[in-house]
Design a protein around this ligand. Structure first.
Ligand code: CUA
Length: 366
């Protein structure tokens, strides 16, 4: 449906490119494979290549024998009688049952050992425990010291890390393909995974379980950094009130992506699940959050909201935004209907909120 494509935020604008769009891709070797990036590589890649080799070996043998037999033993004249009427060969059948069974058992034992090693968390990793909390459609990471980051996470290189995952709503999956780490995130349950990143760089974290409309946008950037960079807590640097406005706006924009706002709120004026933060083109129902008045001052727009079932007109201001983030169900904006429960509450500190609001204001048009 064309309307869906127009509303789809995926191609809406360059502004909404994935957060890692400007990072260099990790280098790959001549076989298209990544260098060893984490402790989990040996378990996964070893078994993968073994399985791959077994498949190629048997493909060549079986196809070869089939082709050879079809050609060499073909019927050469129309009235040729069958040479034999074999239906069984017990020794042969035993052999082609036992050999694959042994091979499959090797794969099983190998995979089982790998799975055990990857889920049995060593003491060193337990002392470096993160929490990865998934919700539609963003990740929140809690560090061992209790600080948090959104949709971007920092790990220290060569230090085993233990990640406990939890879901706030539906099934998700914690998938870090470059580190060969994957774990389902099951509601009502804590799942554990550990690994040791062995190379610095920026990597992708995906959600690998279909979790709703914006599943494909539920990605994060993983930074593996040295201990000095890690100690400076790059995720915890909120610009001060008196910082240059561009820095505050840039940080607010990061939060828009990072805290998951972007999954529903466009900054392009295009309709999405939630109201666009920027006004849409003439005639669009999207009025944006802020606008410029005749004197060029940034003022809140007017919007109709439903509060306890009563529709009122309010003017957007900082209090309204803060209230809406903390209590999304309080004042509901019309989205085809007044839909309560569409937005998850976010717990953002005041300094972060104020950068986010500066970013919202920077989207004001006249
Ligand atoms: Cu979360 Cu898919």
């Amino acid at each position: 449906m064309i309307t869906y494509l127009i509303q789809d935020p995926q191609g809406a604008s360059k502004e909404e490119a994935p957060p890692w769009a400007d990072s260099p891709a990790p280098e790959i070797d001549a076989y298209g494979q990544l260098p060893k990036l984490a402790s989990t590589f040996d378990h996964v890649d070893g078994l993968f290549y073994f399985t791959y080799a077994v498949c190629i070996f048997f493909f060549v043998i079986i196809t070869g024998v089939l082709l050879y037999s079809a050609v060499a033993h073909r019927r050469k004249t129309w009235d040729q009688k069958p040479i034999s009427n074999f239906t069984h060969n017990t020794p042969l059948e035993v052999i082609w049952t036992i050999i694959p069974l042994i091979i499959v058992m090797v794969m099983f034992a190998w995979g089982f050992k790998g799975a055990l090693d990857m889920t049995t968390v060593p003491q060193a990793a337990k002392q470096n425990t993160y929490k990865a909390s998934a919700k539609q459609w963003a990740w929140t990471f809690t560090y061992p010291d209790g600080t948090e980051s959104y949709s971007e996470v920092w790990f220290e290189v060569n230090k085993p890390v233990h990640v406990i995952t939890e879901s706030q709503d539906v099934l998700h999956a914690f998938y870090l393909p470059s580190m060969r780490v994957k774990r389902d995130v099951v509601p009502g349950r804590f799942q554990s995974v550990w690994f040791e990143p062995t190379m610095k760089g920026d990597f992708h974290l995906f959600c690998a379980e279909y979790c709703g409309k914006s599943h494909s946008r539920m990605y994060s950037k993983v930074h593996v950094v040295d201990s000095a960079t890690f100690a400076s807590q790059p995720w915890n640097q909120v610009p001060e009130d008196d910082a240059p406005i561009e820095d505050r706006i840039a940080y607010g924009k990061q939060l828009w992506k990072g805290a998951g706002c972007y999954a529903c709120h466009n900054i392009t004026g295009i309709e999405n699940t939630g109201p666009s933060w920027k006004a849409g083109p003439e005639g669009s129902p999207e009025m944006g959050l802020f606008t410029k008045n005749a004197d060029g001052e940034i003022v809140g727009t007017q919007r109709e909201v439903s509060e306890n079932g009563e529709v009122t007109t309010i003017t957007v201001d900082e209090d309204y935004i803060k209230e809406s983030i903390a209590y999304p169900a309080k004042k509901i904006v019309w989205r085809g209907r007044y839909k309560v429960g569409g937005m998850p509450a976010a717990n953002l500190s005041d300094d972060k909120l104020s950068c986010l609001i500066d970013f919202m204001k920077s989207l004001a048009d006249n």
